[in-house]
Design a protein around this ligand. Structure first.
Ligand code: NAP
Length: 308
């Protein structure tokens, strides 16, 4: 593949930043990768993993002469990063991010962006429950969506260049406004994580069973929530605080629907329960058809215990 940007600066080198580094290198999309992260420990690890060509703990230093800057830090840190890099951005550079909430990131970053750079907020819908530079791997973005939420007046050529970058990583690109993104993500991502954190927390509070039965019998359903509930606490705290309105709206709807189900169970209304469970089963089929999961039993897990 050909070089798309001469120099790429990766600000933040956790799961997303390091996955980007692997792919950019593998696909030859740049001549130079500059890695920046705030702590010396993470920087050292990134260097050991060979994720970049240059390394620094200064974001301001990293963005000098970079043609593409990708900010991959918890969304609550967006403003401080924007302030730090603003004075050193090259004219014509593209600044993008990967944050899971968009209206808040725009509010934090846009006011600090100079007129001569292109700020294009983005969000790849790809990830795992792991974090840090060791968690990244090549191919994370393959076949996944990346959503841009461009601000008014965004330069079409810059948009096209950034689209080409994500497409080179194997992503499919969509565009929508930030408020719409935040609403959609509240239901498809944020609410499921909050429910998972909550159910795992509830089980943990039932101290008499947590140490034994909950873990022992977890394969009957609980286990699937624990994967989401093991996600990075800083990242998810920030998502909750920075997409507050949409999350609260979805939680209110969720509570109403839960009350409906609760009532149906209480009154033995089997037809209502059956109708809901049939409808939800069809959603799973659509996700498989859309290529966003595989149709293997138990989410394709190898049954290690069976092999013993
Ligand atoms: P991560 O693995 O935890 O890495 C976070 C990176 O941000 C590290 O380099 C860390 O630096 C740096 N950082 C942490 N707090 C910071 C602060 N206050 N100021 C400046 N830098 C800070 O996180 P990640 O999973 O890659 O997530 C990064 C972004 O991607 C988040 O905005 C998240 O919403 C978004 N995202 C995540 C996923 C996912 O599944 N994980 C998917 C899509 C989008 P040090 O280690 O040096 O402190």
């Amino acid at each position: 593949m050909s070089v798309l940007f001469d120099r790429i600066a990766l600000i933040g080198i956790g799961l997303i930043g390091s996955s980007l580094a692997h792919d950019v290198r593998r696909l030859g999309l740049t001549k130079q990768i500059v890695v920046a992260t705030r702590s010396a420990d993470t920087l050292k690890r990134a260097e050991e993993l060979g994720l970049g060509d240059r390394y620094t703990t200064s974001s301001a230093e990293a963005v000098k002469d970079a043609d593409l800057i990708i900010v991959s830090v918890p969304v609550g840190a967006s403003e401080s990063v924007a302030k730090e890099i603003a004075g050193n951005l090259k004219s014509g550079a593209i600044v993008t991010d990967v944050g899971s909430t968009k209206a808040s990131v725009i509010a934090q970053m846009q006011p600090h962006m100079p007129d001569n750079v292109h700020f294009i907020p983005g969000h790849p819908l790809a990830g795992t429950e792991k974090s840090g530079p060791d968690a990244g791997f090549p191919g994370l973005f393959e076949g996944r969506w990346c959503i841009f939420t461009p601000v008014a007046g965004t330069d079409e050529t810059a948009l096209k260049r950034l689209r080409g970058f994500w497409e080179a990583l194997g992503s499919k690109v969509d565009e929508m406004d930030a408020e719409h993104h935040d609403k959609v993500l509240a239901i498809v991502s944020h609410l499921p994580h909050i429910i998972a954190y909550n159910i795992v927390g509830t089980a943990d509070d039932l101290e008499t069973v947590t140490e034994s039965e909950v873990i022992k019998y977890s394969a009957s359903g609980f286990r699937d929530f624990t994967r989401l509930a093991a996600s990075d606490p800083t990242m998810w705290r920030d998502v909750c605080l920075h997409n507050r309105d949409a999350i609260l709206e979805m939680l209110a709807r969720f509570s109403e629907d839960l009350a409906y189900l609760q009532r149906a169970i209480r009154w033995g209304e089997g037809d209502k329960i059956f109708e809901l469970f049939t409808r939800t089963r069809a959603i799973r089929r659509s996700i498989v058809q859309a290529g966003q999961d595989v149709d293997a039993p138990d989410f394709g897990r190898p049954h290690l215990l069976d092999k013993k």
